[in-house]
Design a protein around this ligand. Structure first.
Ligand code: UDP
Ligand code: MG
Length: 309
């Protein structure tokens, strides 16, 4: 019988893991396939590990727990789960039940019937989310789709079902800065998306602040396109050309009308403007350089303290 591996990164999810287990196992049991649920405890500061271990003790055949030495972030958790999983099929799910397990049978059906390799999910609404967060999220999708060669559909979740072949392809990407939303798309394969209305988390709190999301978005853009560097180059070319014309204008004006001392405000404006542009360009280069720096260090994405299997 084919096996489904479900990877669940958990950070401070003490209230949700058992709810997750109950809801998910109920659905999967009915599907009549072999399965395992891999909880990755991403250095939680609450009793998430204990909760996972309770499930592990009660359902040893099904539940596996990977315990990290500290918090490495969701990307590290995902990667650990993907590397560890043995199923022919793999699903990635959040612990907070924002990814409804009731979708799994349908995802499976779609995969079998339409012969696709990935069945993803996307939220068509963002109700229950602060409007400002939704706004920036939308802008982010527009930006990354415009400038990178991956097409990430608006509202795409990490919640997806994929075949072993896709998982192996994903694991071929050895980069340190893993932006999974992009990686899942970058590997290609036949993909369809199921749509659903946003579901709020059952318990606990989101661990993503606005700033964490913003830096995640920047990370995504840096990881999947060098367009910002090109923009810096083009604005440099544009400003230089403009400055050259301006210089000609000043020379001609001085030749015709003499050179009275004036123009301090315009000079200051230009200096400040150029200073600003230069800092931005330097910052952009810095972003890429810092990413390169971390890549060449070849540090692992996570460190395992113990695997319960
Ligand atoms: N998560 C994680 N490590 C982190 C932050 C989050 O493993 O450092 C997990 C978290 O436990 C959850 C999933 O990633 O299962 C999504 O996190 P969350 O629900 O906080 O994000 P949101 O749904 O609000 O975007
Ligand atoms: Mg959530």
């Amino acid at each position: 019988m084919k096996k489904l591996s479900i990877v669940v990164p958990c950070y401070n999810e003490k209230e949700t893991v058992s709810l997750f287990y109950d809801a998910t196992s109920k659905v999967v049991e009915e599907m009549g396939i072999d399965y395992e649920i891999i909880f990755v405890n991403d250095g939680s500061k609450d009793s998430t590990l204990d909760e996972c271990l309770k499930l592990y003790e009660a359902h040893k055949k099904i539940v596996k727990v990977i315990d990290f030495s500290r918090n490495f972030g969701k990307e590290g958790g995902l990667l650990a789960g993907l590397e560890y999983a043995t199923g022919e099929y793999l699903a990635v799910m959040d612990a907070d039940l924002q990814d409804p397990p009731s979708f799994l049978p349908e995802m499976f059906k779609e995969m079998e019937e339409k012969g696709v390799d990935i069945v993803g999910t996307r939220r068509v609404s963002r109700k229950g989310e602060p409007p400002i967060r939704s706004f920036f999220a939308r802008q982010f999708y527009k930006l990354i789709n415009k400038f990178s060669d991956v097409e990430i559909v608006d509202g795409a979740r990490d919640y997806r079902l994929m075949t072993r072949q896709v998982v192996d392809a994903i694991l071929e990407l050895k980069e340190y800065h893993r932006f999974s939303k992009g990686i899942f798309v970058w590997v290609g394969f036949k993909t369809i998306y199921l749509e659903y209305e946003n579901v709020e988390r059952v318990a606990g709190e989101t661990s993503w602040s606005f700033w964490k999301l913003l830096s995640y978005a920047i990370e995504g853009i840096i990881a999947f396109t060098v367009a910002p560097l090109r923009i810096a180059t083009f604005s440099g070319i544009f400003i230089s050309a403009f400055s050259f014309l301006f210089m000609l204008f000043i020379i001609v004006r001085a030749a015709l009308f003499g050179d009275p001392v004036s123009g301090w405000p315009s000079m200051m404006t230009i200096i400040l403007f150029l200073g600003g542009i230069q800092l931005v360009a330097l910052g952009i280069i810095g972003e890429y350089l810092s990413k390169t720096y971390m890549e060449v260090k070849k540090r692992p994405n996570y460190i395992v303290r113990k695997i319960y299997e």
